[in-house]
Structure formats: C-alpha cells, structure tokens
Design a protein around this ligand. Structure first.
Ligand SMILES: *[C@@H]1O[C@H](CO)[C@@H](O)[C@H](O)[C@H]1NC(C)=O
Length: 399
C-alpha cells in the first residue's frame, strides 16, 4: 500500500507541475506580433507574422532616409543554432540574399554577422546595404536580430528570406534543415503598406491562437483538474490540498478557456460564409456549463448539509459533461483548422497520457480503498476513519 500511495502522489505531483506549466507553454506557442514585447526602446511601426518557422518581422521604415529598422524573432533549431533574416535585392530565393545572421559568437555573447549569400558555404562579408545598430539576443527560446539597413531609395517592396539552423561550427553557421518550412521561408514585404505577402494573414493567426488557448484549457487543464479531485481525495493527508489544486486548475482552465471562447466568437463573426454549427454550439454549451459550475461553487452547501449529496451529483454530472464535450470540441476544432499533423498528434498524445494516468490511478485507488476496507474490518479501531469528514470507506469513489 505504501508503494501504491507513493506512486499515486508522485503522479499527482507530475500532473500538478504540468497543470501550472502548460499555460506558460500556451503563451509561448501563441507568440508572434501580438505578444512580443521587445523592450521599451524597441518599438516598431509594423509587424508581420511570417508563415514559416514560427517567426515574425517587426519593422519601421523611414522613407525620407530610406532606412529600415528591423527586429526579426524566431526560435533557432537548437539552443546552439542560428537565425537569419535577409533581403534579396535581385531574386526571390536564398542565393543573392543580403543576410543578417545571429548566433553565439566565439566570446560567448550573441552577435550578428552579415553575409552576401552565394551558396551554402557561408563567408562573412559586407552586404549591399549599409548596416548599423546590429544586435542579437537569445532569451525565452527565441533569438532576435536587431538592426538598421540603409536601402536604395525606391526599395519599398523587398524580397525577404528568413531561416533558422541548428549548429555553428568554428564561427560559421551550418546548413539548415531541408524540410518544407525551411524551403518555403521567403516572401515579399511591403515596407510602406505594411503587408507581407508570404504571410498567413491575421485570421490564420487568430485561428491558431484560438486553437491553442482552447486545447490547453478545455482540452487539457480541466481534465487534469478533475484527475486531482478524483484521485488525490483518497488520501487524508492530501486534504485540503486536493481541493485547492482542483480549484486552481479549473479556475485557470476556465479563465484561459473563456479567452479562447471569446476568440472563437470573434472568428465566428468574421466567418460569414462558412458556419461550423456543431463546433459553435458545443462551444456555447461548454461556456454556459462551465460558468454555471463556477457560480455553483459559491452556492455549495456545507459538507454535512443534507442537500450537499445532491449538489455533489450535480457538480460531477456537469463537470464530466464539460470535460467530455471539451475534448470532443478540441477534435472538432482540429478538423476545422487542419493544422500540421504534428499538432493533432501532440494533442492525441497528451490526452492519451492523461487517460492512461487516470486509468492507472483508478486502479491504484481501488487497491488502496479495498485494502483500507479489509484493514478496517479486521482491526477494532478501524471505525475512527470516517469520523472527521473524510470520504467514507463505504463509498470509496463518491468523487
Ligand atoms: C555578393 O556576391 C556576388 C557573387 O559573388 C557579387 O557579384 C556581389 O557583388 C557581392 N555583393 C557584395 C555586396 O559584395
């Protein structure tokens, strides 16, 4: 029994860590023009989320001086990698690019080098544009390139190329990967009108944010919160910790979920032609039930009040309905959004792991409760167990 309890507590701790880290992960995944704070002295007039490599380009174009100040932000392929942003004055691809490349320099500090790209063998060189204020930084998993380029007078629409790589050898960035994302990372940037033609546009970005917020909240946090309530309760030592874990997980989930729900409403109002009726209706039902659940918390009768029994039934019924509908709606949303297969796979993996953990904990709980029961029926002092308001062994799973 001791080992079963230890396993159960260990699993709970792991889930707790996940529960409180996942909102941070969601925030990181939602990164882009909307969320990047580059610091008070780094303010740009325009920004465009680039369609490949999770990157974005911020810029200010001083037309009179033909000076372009940029901040390019992208996660490198590895922490020892590099990120690059370039203007190609002659063509649309890599060859001919006048590139700014950021990576950790020999002195251990982040820095930017310039390259006139002629092929995969890079050699540091001057580029076609005069550069100033070059700087780089690496924090929070993203590398940033800052700099100002003096462009030709009529260059208001430029071909841009960007890239990330995983390693640097002897101060020279190595080749990048050759998958679709790395090969498609090019487009046109209209410095004056502020649009980037290669970019996925703001609706795509909003849909992705909607997807991440809702998958994390309804699809992951709420099930985790339920796992806390159902399985941690078995331990008297976990009282009232389970309650606070459950409460904070569900409240975090609800808050993030409402934000996600609001982005959904906004998307719905923009999508006049196409209606995703089922997804929408499930979403509205979810929001209503979850809101009811939050308010019912304040109407919760005390533990020994006789209607508490009915409140519990209500609470579990609505709670489990929200979780089932939430997971169903995440899958509906994934079908609509049809993101890269890796996102669907990731969600299926997470939800399967949670399901597996729940099954395992269910089994452990039964073992513990049944043992407690035999223990109690053979020991004369067993009866004292249920006097202090803890779960009665006769109803082991009245969660
Ligand atoms: C970049 O390289 C090409 C090909 O070698 C050369 O023609 C061009 O002048 C170079 N540009 C600069 C700015 O050095």
């Amino acid at each position: 029994m001791a080992s079963a309890s230890a396993a159960l507590l260990l699993l709970s701790a792991a889930i707790a860590a996940f529960c409180f880290l996942s909102p941070a992960a969601a925030a990181a995944a939602a990164q882009g023009c909307a969320s990047q704070n580059l610091g008070s002295n780094r303010v740009f007039a325009a920004c465009s989320d680039l369609p490949q490599l999770s990157s974005s380009i911020h810029w200010t174009y001083d037309r009179a001086a033909a000076a372009l100040s940029i901040a390019f932000v992208a996660p490198p392929a590895t922490a020892e990698g590099w990120v690059a942003w370039a203007i190609n004055p002659t063509e649309t691809g890599m060859v001919g690019s006048q590139a700014l490349v950021a990576f950790r320099q020999a002195d251990g500090k982040m820095g930017v080098k310039t390259y006139n790209i002629t092929g995969y063998a890079l050699k540091e060189s001057k580029i076609a544009f005069e550069t100033s204020d070059l700087a780089a930084d690496y924090a929070g998993g993203v590398m940033k390139i800052f700099g100002t380029l003096k462009l030709g007078k009529e260059m208001t629409v430029v071909n841009e190329v960007w890239q990330v790589g995983g390693s640097v050898t002897n101060g020279v960035p190595d080749k990048h990967a050759f998958v679709a994302e790395n090969l498609g990372s090019k487009g046109q940037l209209d410095l004056v009108r502020g649009v980037s033609s290669g970019s996925g546009g703001s609706v795509t970005k909003e849909r992705n944010i909607h997807g991440v917020l809702n998958a994390v909240s309804w699809g992951i946090l709420l099930p985790i919160g339920a796992i806390f309530a159902r399985y941690l309760k078995t331990f008297k030592s976990a009282d009232p910790a389970w309650f606070y874990l459950h409460l904070s997980c569900q409240l975090t989930g609800y808050t993030v979920g409402v934000a996600g729900w609001a982005t959904g409403l906004n998307l719905g109002s923009k999508s006049k032609g196409v209606q995703y009726t089922t997804h929408r209706n499930i979403g509205i039902t979810l929001f209503s039930l979850a809101t009811l659940q939050v308010f019912a918390l304040f109407l919760r009768p005390s533990k020994d009040h006789k209607i508490r029994f009915y409140w519990n039934i209500y609470h579990h019924l609505v709670g489990y309905t929200v979780i089932v509908l939430g997971v169903i709606n995440v899958f509906k949303g994934l079908t609509i959004l049809s993101p890269d297969q890796k996102w669907t796979t990731a969600y299926i993996t997470v939800i399967s792991i949670l399901g597996g953990i729940a099954l395992l904990l269910e089994a452990l709980t039964w073992i513990i409760v049944l043992r407690r029961k035999t223990h109690n029926s053979t020991k004369p002092y067993g009866g004292s167990n249920s006097t202090n308001g803890h779960r009665d062994v006769q109803q082991p799973l009245s969660v």
